[in-house]
Design a protein around this ligand. Structure first.
Ligand code: BG6
Length: 408
């Protein structure tokens, strides 16, 4: 079926074709419209589907998948939600975030809520800090048109990384059904106070990659990428420090960082516990005693790693940290499904747990908006980091006390 998105007869032909399929099979098939178009067409398509009465069907389910980006700020996300919801009901709309389709991301909930061992520690009394990293070694490739309008905060933090944060910190849901899970997720976002303009410089850092190396080859800096204006102030690296103001998490810093052209691809969540109150084994030969750290490895390694301090074999009470690891690759022989396979199957089943609800997307924008606004007022050029490095040194300024970024 070809035609332009605002052409009524295209939708009539589409409707006719769908009806014929139903008649041939003598089944009222469920219908799923997948909006993977330029975002400006999302409301146009929804409106046309409504006008041509393709948004509902007696005896079957009609659903719609909406790809990212869902708005570019809070105002546009509110407007888009209003427009979609003027035609479709919330239960028909599936806002996709492919991180929620990742096996290791779903496992965060299982790890937390199907094991008794972690919950007693999962709070401000035992957790010292949390680092969420989504580092990429790739540059922007041929996506300058999109990326230069977006930047790292919009591209990854507003959606994928805040999703990781929600799953890590939400209260236990009563069931894995869509609304109980999403109710708890939204509560966490609402407990993050958006920064004031004055607070932004001390809680958010942005930078751009300069020339450097990737995979052993010399690569351009961002400003020399094809299609990027010479004076662009779009960030290819963003890091933020957030606090969740609720009973469980008050005071714990959550550091989120993401960037293109970093040293390697690595997505992980590291939960660092507090140090023991007194260490009796400070003998010579002890090697860098560190507080316990639970690392949830999302990609490319998939698994969970817990650091434990252990006695070094020998006649002295010397100690050092070791890792206890679970790896998907060795525990399960089957390959994890692709994130999109799982998510598209869920939309066919009408299962919305792994999709963002309207209020969730809006709450995520409410946190990011003040940062984007403050940045838009700050003059360029942006700090640079060499391609292939661990990011800009300015990111260290976000860290509280003795906190350090984990090596990439
Ligand atoms: C997309 C972003 O949503 O996620 C890309 O638009 C990014 O810029 C990608 O590269 C990262 O996804 P993954 O699954 O490779 O971590």
């Amino acid at each position: 079926m070809t035609g332009s998105f605002d052409q009524p007869d295209m939708y009539d032909r589409l409707g006719q074709a769908l009806t014929e399929l139903d008649e041939d099979a003598d089944i009222a098939f469920n219908r799923l419209f997948y909006l993977s178009t330029a975002p400006s067409f999302f409301p146009v398509i929804a409106k046309m589907l409504g006008e041509r009465e393709l948004h509902r069907r007696e005896g079957s389910e009609v659903r719609m998948i909406v790809e990212k980006p869902f708005g570019t700020d809070l105002e546009s996300a509110l407007a888009l939600n209003r427009e979609l919801l003027s035609v479709f009901d919330e239960r028909q709309i599936f806002r996709i975030d492919h991180y929620l389709g990742k096996e290791t991301v779903q496992n965060m909930l299982v790890l937390r809520f199907a094991n008794e061992i972690f919950e007693p520690l999962w709070n401000r009394s035992y957790v010292d800090s949390v680092q969420i990293t989504a580092a990429e070694d790739i540059g922007i490739g041929t996506r300058a048109g999109y990326y230069d309008q977006s930047g790292a905060l919009r591209d990854l933090i507003q959606n994928h990384m805040l999703q990781l944060l929600m799953l890590l910190t939400m209260e236990p849901p009563v069931s894995f059904d869509a609304n109980p899970v999403r109710d708890e997720k939204v509560k966490v976002l609402r407990a993050i106070r958006p920064p004031t303009p004055e607070e932004v410089p001390s809680m958010a850092v942005r930078a751009q990659y300069g020339p450097g190396k990737a995979g052993g080859e010399e690569v351009h800096g961002y400003l020399d990428e094809e299609g990027v204006p010479d004076d662009s102030t779009t960030e290819t690296y963003a890091a933020v420090r957030l606090k969740i103001s609720n009973w469980r998490w008050a005071g714990v810093p959550f550091y989120l960082r993401t960037g293109k052209r970093l040293a390697r691809k690595n997505t992980e969540i590291a939960v660092r516990l507090k140090p023991v109150p007194h260490l009796a084994f400070q003998q010579q030969g002890s090697l860098g005693v560190e507080p316990n750290q639970l690392v949830l490895m999302v990609q490319p390694n998939e698994g969970v790693s817990l650091s434990l301090v252990t006695k070094i074999p020998g006649a002295r009470m010397a100690v050092r940290p070791v890792n206890m690891e679970f790896q998907y690759g060795t525990s399960f022989l089957s390959q994890s499904p692709e994130a999109y396979e799982r998510l598209i199957l869920d939309t066919m089943r009408g299962e919305a747990t792994l999709f963002a609800r309207n209020d969730e997307v809006e709450a995520a924008w409410a946190i990011c908006d003040p940062i984007l606004q403050a940045w838009s007022q700050m003059p360029g050029p942006l700090p640079q980091y060499p391609a292939g490095s661990a990011g800009p040194k300015e990111a260290d300024d976000l860290l509280e006390g003795d906190d350090r970024w984990r090596p990439l």
